[in-house]
Ligand binder design. Structure first.
Ligand SMILES: CC(C)(COP(=O)(O)OP(=O)(O)OC[C@H]1O[C@@H](n2cnc3c(N)ncnc32)[C@H](O)[C@@H]1OP(=O)(O)O)[C@@H](O)C(=O)NCCC(=O)NCCS
Length: 174
């Protein structure tokens, strides 16, 4: 499955992505607040191979998408959906440092929220975030996600289908 946006193409990770994925996922600036970091290109290859045959909406599975520049097809990040139960999907995203601060993460997450809450008709999307991860918190809050509960670590952000589908299409209004 492939999803195209104004600047991006979201599709399956392939073997040839291992080196690029190792480079940005292994960068401390990207791995700092994340639970997993590849120790080697081989590690990155295993991460990609583990996606073989994983379909979207598989209960308990992470379904990982490549984030590529539409113009060059270069791999610049990845986005994962974790199908927690029939109604709830957890989202995670990583972008190579050179491509941060340009609204590309927002562009990728927006289209996946449409897919999950509109296409798959899930009830809610959540994200678990280290409270020190300011860029991620800014991204999620900018998309209308809200903190669930108090001062937990990691912080859980939630977006309900009703909120997303009722919002105007113009992203700047969200
Ligand atoms: C979390 C992460 C993906 C956010 O990436 P990001 O590049 O900051 O997010 P965006 O693509 O939405 O870019 C937003 C910034 O681009 C700016 N921008 C520039 N052009 C833009 C455009 N055309 N549209 C929207 N924003 C634009 C915005 O003003 C915003 O800047 P600000 O944060 O100073 O307000 C990134 O920090 C990352 O990969 N972190 C490491 C991995 C990680 O911790 N992931 C979280 C696990 S859930």
């Amino acid at each position: 499955m492939e999803i195209v946006t104004a600047r991006l193409r979201l599709d399956a990770l392939c073997r040839e992505d291992a080196e690029a994925l190792f480079r940005y996922r292994g960068d401390p600036a990207v791995s700092r607040y994340q639970g997993w970091k590849p120790a080697s290109v081989t590690d990155a290859e295993h991460f990609i191979e583990a996606q073989d045959g994983v379909a979207p909406d598989t209960l308990g599975a992470w379904w990982q998408r490549a984030i590529r520049l539409r113009d060059t097809d270069a791999l610049i990040g990845d986005l994962g959906l974790h199908f927690l139960d029939d109604a709830t999907v957890e989202l995670g995203i990583s972008l190579a440092p050179a491509y941060q601060g340009q609204g590309l993460a927002r562009e990728a997450v927006e289209v996946m929220l449409d897919f999950v809450l509109g296409g798959l008709r899930k009830q809610r999307v959540i994200a678990l975030v280290d409270p020190r991860n300011t860029p991620c918190i800014r991204l999620l809050e900018g998309l209308g996600m809200r903190r669930a509960g108090g001062q937990a670590d990691p912080v859980m952000f939630v977006l309900r289908a009703g909120e997303w589908l009722a919002a105007p299409d113009d992203a700047s209004d969200r």
